[in-house]
Design a protein around this ligand. Structure first.
Ligand code: ZN
Length: 158
C-alpha cells in the first residue's frame, strides 16, 4: 500500500526488532492516516527536493517502543514522526532545508557531530493542530541525551 508517490506503508512500519521478536507493529486505520499526512507534509517534499530518503524508523507500536527502550509517549507511537536520512546529504543541511521550507511540529537533528556530515539522523514530526515548530539539536553529554534549540542554522553548530 502506497501512502504517497514514493512511500509505502511497509517503509513506515518496518522494524527489524519487531520481526525478530514477533512484535505486532501494524498501525490502526487512524494511525495509517497520520502516517500518510506525515509523508505528504514532510517525507515526500524532502524526497522531491533531494531525490532520495532512507527511513530508518517510522511507526512504533507501544510494544515495540518498550522492546527497544523508546518512550511509549514518543511521537513514533502516535504515527506522527519518522527518523530518516538522505544518503549523501549533510544532515545539518537537510535539517535546515526542512526548517526553512516545511511546516513541522518537531525537528530534531539527532546526535549530529558538527564537521561530520553523515553523523546522526533527522527526527521529524508533523501534526495538523498547533504544531510547535520546535527545532532542536540532540547530543550526548556525560552519558545523557541533551536537547538544545537551534537558532538560525544547524550549520552554525560548533
Ligand atoms: Zn525519532
Amino acid at each position: 500500500m502506497n501512502l504517497t508517490r514514493n512511500f509505502s506503508l511497509l517503509e513506515l512500519t518496518k522494524s527489524d526488532t519487531a520481526i525478530r521478536k514477533g512484535i505486532d507493529n501494524n498501525p490502526n486505520a487512524d494511525q495509517v492516516e497520520k502516517l500518510k499526512a506525515l509523508c505528504e507534509n514532510i517525507l515526500q517534499p524532502v524526497r522531491d527536493h533531494f531525490g532520495r530518503v532512507k527511513v530508518t524508523s517510522g511507526f512504533r507500536s507501544v510494544e515495540l517502543c518498550t522492546a527497544i527502550g523508546s518512550s511509549a509517549n514518543s511521537q513514533h507511537a502516535k504515527a506522527e514522526a519518522a527518523d530518516f536520512e538522505c544518503p549523501g546529504v549533510d544532515n545539518a543541511e537537510l535539517a535546515d532545508w526542512i526548517h526553512k521550507n516545511l511546516s513541522y511540529d518537531q525537528l530534531i537533528l539527532e546526535f549530529y557531530t558538527p564537521g561530520e556530515p553523515n553523523s546522526g539522523w533527522i527526527h521529524c514530526s508533523w501534526i495538523s493542530d498547533q504544531p510547535r515548530a520546535s527545532y532542536l539539536h540532540a547530543f550526548k553529554s556525560e552519558g545523557k541525551t541533551k536537547y538544545k534549540p537551534i537558532i538560525g542554522s544547524a550549520k552554525d553548530l560548533v
